[in-house]
Design a binder for this molecule. Structure first.
Ligand code: A3P
Length: 285
């Protein structure tokens, strides 16, 4: 891990930087932006079904979600880079995923006025999920024990930088960029149907009640956990014996991890780091 434009990064996300920065977005692109472990795969799959759920069975049964929706800044071993994959996508619109903080997003997305869906998750559950992800993903830095991990999280030294700046930076952007929909993981858990409706109206789609019901069923945690196209079992660098990718899918799992002292320290740091932003999260529902 090293410092890249003020953000902790690994080479997987910076080796293709020139092409990332010069990436040519299109007006109908949909950018899915998240801090890692906020529920990216979930919202990605919802969007995929909203656009392509009805018309392409082959896509749904044989293409893992990470092939359908390129990860823009990814550049890893023998895999095609995210920019190559995006450039070669046959679909319209193109759905593209990024974990970049708002200030590092290629400028063509703003110039083209592309639609952006940002999904945010409360810091405590996000940290827990990130900890388990770093344990099982051999490409990510070793997380150490839980206490060292949250100390690092509070300092913003995770890959893709501080959670605090990420969620608040994108929140501020929403005030000046109307084509950005800011969603919360907790709202998706609370009422998936309501959030799918919000998404489809933001995207200008007219999905029938039946289609929406089918989507809601397909994107339930258990359905996605069973679905080899969404549960990431096909990725060789993830060790599912350590932790599954589709781990718990809950709001409030942080309570099983934080000690009372860790929680107090976390709340104190949170107050400081988030004092300038108006974005508010729920840590339980
Ligand atoms: P947990 O580790 O808390 O279970 P990302 O896709 O950004 O990597 O986020 C992964 C997190 O989203 C994991 O959280 C995963 O279980 C959760 N997730 C994925 N699909 C979900 C769904 N359908 N319902 C609820 N949570 C889901």
């Amino acid at each position: 891990m090293f410092d890249f434009e003020g953000i902790s990064m690994t080479r997987c996300f910076t080796d293709n930087w020139e092409k990332v920065q010069n990436f040519q977005a299109r007006p109908d692109d949909i950018l899915i932006a998240t801090y890692p472990k906020a529920g990216t795969t979930w919202v990605s799959y919802i969007l995929d079904l909203l656009y392509f759920g009805n018309d392409d069975l082959e896509r749904q049964t044989s293409q893992p979600i990470y092939m359908r929706i390129p990860f823009l800044e990814l550049c890893f071993q023998e895999f095609s880079t995210g920019t190559e994959m995006a450039d070669n996508l046959p679909t319209s619109p193109r759905l593209i995923k990024t974990h970049l903080p708002v200030q590092l997003v290629p400028k063509s997305f703003w110039e083209q006025n592309s639609r952006i869906v940002y999904l945010a998750r409360n810091a405590k559950d996000n940290a827990v999920s990130y900890f388990h992800f770093d344990r099982m993903n051999m490409v990510q830095p070793e997380p150490g024990d839980w206490n060292s991990f949250i100390q690092k999280f509070m300092k913003g030294k995770n890959v893709f930088g501080p959670w605090y700046d990420h969620v608040s930076g994108w929140w501020e952007k929403k005030q000046t960029y109307p084509n950005l929909l800011y969603l919360f993981y907790e709202d998706l858990v609370e009422d998936t149907g309501r959030e799918v409706e919000r998404l489809s109206s933001f995207l200008g789609l007219s999905t029938s009640v039946e289609e929406r019901e089918k989507i809601i069923k397909g994107v339930q945690f258990d359905a996605m956990k069973q679905n080899n196209m969404t549960n990431h079992v096909t990725l060789p660098f993830m060790d599912f014996k350590i932790s599954p990718f589709m781990r718990k899918g809950k709001v409030g799992d942080w309570k099983c991890h934080f000690t009372v002292a860790q929680n107090e320290q976390f709340d104190e740091v949170y107050k400081q780091k988030m004092k300038k932003t108006t974005v508010r999260f729920r840590t339980e529902i």
